[in-house]
Design a protein around this ligand. Structure first.
Ligand code: NCD
Length: 330
């Protein structure tokens, strides 16, 4: 596997990616997935990063992102250490978050971090760049702001489902204002041709102004609506999201808004084209009927697993061990 796209160091936001890099990452992920299908392939992958240590700093709740990054490191043989609760770290003693993260960089070769603070990853990456140990930082979710690796796995799942991304019509539903997966995915989609977006949310949770402006100056054709049901027959993708009530300003903020129209029911699936796919970054609540799980158009479980593979590809690329991956002689 040869890759002529630019090298990658920090992964902070969707806007840092170009189409060429995304296409080669998709290809690399396909390759790594193929290796993952045999014992020989898995043992080969496991030797690639045996010499690396990775810090998982997740101070905001996480199940799949944490586990998929941990599994990705494991697949490549990198060892991991973790902090999941800053109340049992020295932050409790008054240490600044900057000092804590600089400390981690003393012990590890990469920091993967999720935090409720928007912009923190960028700040830490810049801080480390000014030190003798500028280890790569991967943003695994930064407040309501960005979740670039989720967008990468979403894109990979689209490519896997349709063999292309250009020309797709996607309906994004739910909390489009505070859903970071929406922000990051929308920004990546702007790099592709003839994309149509139908953005459906309660008016209170419509996309943020900065994203609307970016969309308006991109080639993406987009409409905003409070009724997604009427567009279901015309879309390739329905991307459901939950209401992000952990960011409510006041207790009960979201509970005063009627979110019942932003649920996808089994009955509504009759309107969705036979070759369309249903995605969800998960976790879900009642916005996505569990009875849809057994429908072949439901791709969210595959989407989750793809997260592990594309994160492995991303880490391999950052450490530069992705070039010339060759299956060992059997
Ligand atoms: C998302 C997140 O954390 O932003 N989850 C995930 O990482 N797959 C979506 C969400 O929490 O709603």
């Amino acid at each position: 596997m040869t890759d002529s796209s630019p090298p990658l160091h920090h992964v902070i936001e969707s806007a840092q990616f170009q189409r060429e890099g995304l296409e080669s990452l998709i290809q690399l992920t396909d390759g790594i997935r193929r290796f993952g299908k045999t014992q020989e392939g898995l043992l080969y992958l496991k030797r690639l990063l045996r010499h690396k240590r990775v810090m998982l700093y997740f101070t905001q709740p996480s199940t799949r992102t944490f586990l998929s990054f941990q599994s990705a490191c494991d697949i490549l043989g990198a060892s991991t250490c973790e902090i999941r609760d800053s109340s049992i770290s020295s932050e409790r003693k008054g240490e600044s978050i900057e000092d804590s993260l600089r400390t981690f960089s003393s012990y590890v070769d990469m920091i993967i971090m999720r935090s409720p603070v928007a912009g923190l990853c960028m700040k830490i990456a810049n801080l480390l760049d000014g030190t003798p140990r500028p280890v790569p930082v991967i943003n695994a979710g930064s407040g309501p702001d960005e979740h670039p690796t989720q967008a990468l796995l979403d894109l990979y799942t689209l490519h896997q489902s349709f063999g292309k991304i250009d020309g797709l019509a996607l309906c994004l539903v739910g909390d489009l204002n505070r859903g970071r997966t929406i922000r990051s995915l929308t920004r990546l989609l702007m790099l592709f041709d003839n994309i149509k977006l139908i953005l459906s949310s309660p008016t209170e949770f419509a996309i943020a102004d900065d994203l609307r402006q970016q969309l308006a100056s991109s080639s993406v054709e987009f409409v905003e609506t409070t009724d997604f049901e009427e567009v279901l027959p015309y879309v390739d993708v329905v991307y459901m999201t939950r209401i992000q009530d952990e960011y409510d300003q006041e207790e009960g903020d979201s509970s005063t808004i009627d979110i019942s129209p932003y649920r996808l029911s089994l009955e509504q699936m009759a309107k969705v084209p036979a070759n369309a796919v249903i995605l969800h970054p998960m976790p879900r609540r009642d916005e996505l009927d569990w009875r849809i799980d057994s429908d072949p158009r439901a791709r969210y479980w595959r989407q989750e697993r793809n997260g592990m593979w594309i994160r492995a590809a991303l880490i391999a690329k950052i450490f530069g061990v992705h070039q010339n991956l060759v299956l060992p002689e059997l």
